[in-house]
Design a binder for this molecule. Structure first.
Ligand SMILES: Nc1nc2c(c(=O)[nH]1)N[C@H]1C(S)=C(S)[C@@H](COP(=O)(O)O)O[C@H]1N2
Ligand SMILES: [Mo]
Length: 508
């Protein structure tokens, strides 16, 4: 019975630790343990909370985690014993644990679809491990009865698997808790950041900026839905109190900036749509947010770039770099050292405490998250992370457009069919969006007001369509009169081109 209980505890322990390690890799906000703990905190009556705080003081969270570990271990041990008595009964218990995890994840404020993956993965892994361990234990028990000497290999197999699982749980658990600790300290620091009132507020969103088509993506992308692209295996956890940005290289004087100093600067708030060079035509690696920050040109002016410099190599705490034309960082556009995203301090995944946001350039040459250094340099002397890996040295965003409605694969009814989507030409603006059906004449769509030249624009067009299959394409023209490139090109080396093309199935 005790061995079966140990098997249960190890199976579930290893699976929970795996979930935490995966959360460490992908995003701290996915942690199932954090979700369950958060749900417990929300669910207990205030009296119990007061009692816990009085009893454990600032160690209340550690006490909660220890309590959760104890409860999980006891229930998991029980699952082992039950599985040993009746096949699949323990697995059913593990399934219930998974459902509890899933429910906890779904009740969190920032619930996302991705967050549901980890409790499911953990439950499946726990069930497989439990079955494997109990299977070996039973083999050993069966062999022991008729002939004692046959028991040795079966016993070894069980004990080895048990020890392996236990070692993974302990070592993985230690690693996960170090990550957790670092991320928790930084999340706590982030929650205490009070974003200053901007000296220059974002211009209000024009009343006509929403095209008003059902099923379109929101004009301003909520933080939890904002695409995330980076090379960071674990999200860097940077304490804002110790963060400093160094400006060095070809400058008259080196400058250092602390987080507190940055917050005290006259900040500006602007809507800017950023995009990834890996965004396929029609893809979703693009998002629009309201960024709060200090213009990079003001910081560079303090340092005084020297003649001959033509690039700024921004570096992140994990060593990633981007090479941005000096000209773009010093012209009149709102290239920002950003600290806020849609009214919140930057989320950890999006570069907390400070990142760069540069209107008009793809992220890989401009949008350095967790930024810690700006080295004023020359393109002939330095290169950003992706340039030696086959991507272009320069990465201006290409004018493009996307059809969001009707959704791919969703048949529509004949008659008036509403089309809607977005178009962007950052820092130039969009002048015109057109659609064509089955390569017929281009028809001009109704273009919504832009928030600014640096954001995407929504558009819509109602077309009369009879039953049948249609190919619909979209084309944007920027405010300088340049139509988007028709030629289909892949994302490498400097961004995809071509018209977003969808098939529409119109039904009677
Ligand atoms: N430190 C760091 N910053 C980075 C990257 C990275 O890999 N590491 N990727 C860049 C790329 S390729 C893009 S498209 C944007 C994406 O920003 P987001 O994840 O906030 O949407 O971040 C940029 N900043
Ligand atoms: Mo990117």
């Amino acid at each position: 019975m005790w061995l079966a209980a140990a098997a249960g505890a190890v199976a579930v322990g290893a699976a929970v630790v795996l979930g935490e390690l995966l959360a460490g890799v992908f995003s701290p906000s996915l942690s199932p343990i954090t979700a369950v703990g958060g749900a417990v905190i929300d669910a207990v009556p205030p009296g119990v909370k007061d009692w816990a705080v009085a009893l454990f003081g600032t160690a209340d969270k550690v006490a909660l985690l220890a309590g959760m570990a104890l409860v999980i271990a006891v229930l998991a041990g029980l699952a082992g014993v039950v599985e040993d008595r009746r096949r699949f009964a323990g697995i059913a218990m593990v399934g219930v644990f998974g459902l509890v995890g899933l429910a906890a994840v779904l009740t969190r404020a920032q619930a996302t679809f991705n967050a549901t993956a980890l409790p499911v993965v953990s439950a499946v892994v726990a069930a497989v491990l439990l079955r494997a361990l109990i299977g070996r234990l039973q083999e050993w028990a069966v062999n022991e009865v008729p002939a004692g000497e046959d028991a040795a290999p079966a016993r070894r197999r069980f004990l080895q698997a048990l020890a392996g699982g236990a070692a993974f749980t302990v070592l993985g658990g230690a690693l996960a808790s170090v990550w957790r600790g670092a991320a928790a300290v930084v999340s706590e620091a982030r929650s205490h950041v009070a974003l200053p009132v901007p000296a220059s507020a974002a211009p209000p969103i024009p009343a006509g900026a929403e095209a008003g088509v059902d099923g379109m993506q929101p004009l301003v992308t909520p933080n939890p839905d904002f695409y995330r692209i980076d090379t960071a295996l674990t999200v860097p956890a940077i304490n804002p109190d110790t963060w400093v940005l160094k400006v060095a290289g070809l400058v008259d004087r080196e400058v250092q900036l602390s987080y507190a100093e940055l917050l005290a600067k006259p900040l500006v708030e602007r809507h800017v749509t950023i995009a990834c060079v890996s965004n396929e035509v029609g893809g979703d690696l693009i998002g629009n947010a309201r960024w709060l920050g200090w213009p990079v040109r003001e910081l560079l002016a303090l340092a005084g770039p020297q003649p001959g410099a033509d690039m700024v190599l921004s570096k992140s705490s994990d060593g990633w770099t981007a090479g941005t034309p000096l000209e773009v960082l010093t012209d009149n556009r709102d290239a920002l050292l950003a600290i806020g995203m849609n009214g919140e301090p930057l989320p950890l995944e999006h570069g907390f405490p400070v990142r760069m946001v540069v209107p008009g350039l793809y992220g890989y040459v401009s949008a350095t998250k967790w930024v810690t250094e700006l080295k004023v340099s020359r393109f002939s002397d330095d290169a950003g992370y992706w340039t030696p890996r086959g991507w272009s040295e320069r990465g201006p965003i290409k004018t493009s457009s996307r059809i969001d409605v009707p959704r791919a694969g969703r048949p529509v009814k004949r008659g008036t069919v509403m089309f809607g989507g977005v178009a962007w030409a950052q820092h130039t603006g969009i002048a015109k969006v057109e659609l064509r059906v089955n390569r017929g004449p281009w028809q001009q769509a109704e273009l919504a007001d832009g928030i600014s030249l640096d954001t995407w624009y929504q558009w819509k067009l109602a077309l009369e369509l009879t039953e049948g299959q249609y190919e619909v394409q979209v084309r944007a023209t920027d405010s300088a009169g340049r139509a988007q490139d028709e030629q289909r090109r892949p994302v490498v080396p400097d961004g995809a081109t071509g018209f977003h093309t969808i098939r529409v199935d119109v039904q009677p």
